[in-house]
Design a protein. Structure first.
Length: 68
């Protein structure tokens, strides 16, 4: 099983990672703000992640780490 982690403090919530996830498990958190006042992205269902790393490839700020 793959594990995806987001550096939520550095994430600007641009949303580029959301549509590229084939399992549709990457979402923008509307219930949380980081210290910059932005809604960060996160993985909703870690157990469904296949480790494709499309989210990490799309991230312009390199805040996503995928461990396979």
């Amino acid at each position: 099983m793959a594990r995806v982690t987001f550096d939520e403090e550095r994430c600007k919530g641009c949303g580029l990672c959301v549509p590229v996830c084939p399992k549709q498990i990457v979402v923008i958190r509307t219930d949380k703000l980081n210290s910059k006042g932005l809604h960060p992205a996160c993985v909703e269902r870690q157990d469904l992640c296949i480790g494709c790393a499309f989210c990490a490839i799309m991230c312009p700020d390199q805040v996503i780490e995928v461990e396979r």
